[in-house]
Design a protein around this ligand. Structure first.
Ligand code: HEC
Length: 128
């Protein structure tokens, strides 16, 4: 019986660190860094790719437009930019994890303009 508990104890010593490792590797980007990456998207990328990613100087960054581009290629473009074009590299601003998150985000999240109600438009004084 003593041996049995000893075995259980030894096993638990092994399993607990392993399960912690599993949580660690499958963890996603912390909320704080997601917010930071999205702020860069809305403040910086938006300058060229348009407000709501609908396109401007650069092409639209919507799931339909990016369907042909593999996730890894999108991440690489964001990281290194496109030499000789107006797309700058972002590796000095964004970590690789943030870049991966942004690549995933623009590839999978539809760009939806905010729904502004007439009452809100009236409030700021623009006639409907
Ligand atoms: C100074 C303007 C500028 C800024 C800022 C900018 N881009 Fe770009 N981006 C471009 C241009 C222009 C292209 C197209 C280059 C070409 O002709 O191939 C492009 C291309 C891309 C592409 C490839 C799209 C495709 O369909 O081939 C991705 C993805 C992209 N940008 C993501 C981003 C992200 C994410 C950010 C912000 C972190 C960003 N860009 C900021 C100008 C910009």
């Amino acid at each position: 019986m003593k041996q049995f508990f000893k075995t259980i104890f030894t096993l638990s010593l092994l399993i607990i660190p392993l399960s912690l490792f599993a949580v660690e590797t499958s963890s996603t980007l912390p909320e704080r860094l997601k917010t930071r990456a999205l702020a860069v998207l809305n403040d910086d990328c938006a300058n060229c790719h348009g407000l709501y990613r609908m396109g401007g100087l650069g092409p639209a960054l919507t799931p339909e437009k990016l369907r042909q581009l593999p996730l890894e290629t999108i991440a690489l473009i964001i990281q290194e930019g496109i030499p000789g074009k107006f797309m700058p590299p972002w590796k000095a601003v964004l970590s690789r994890q943030e870049i991966d998150f942004l690549a995933q985000y623009i590839k999978s999240t539809p760009a939806t303009p905010p729904q502004i109600k007439r009452i809100q438009i009236r409030k700021v004084g623009i006639k409907p």
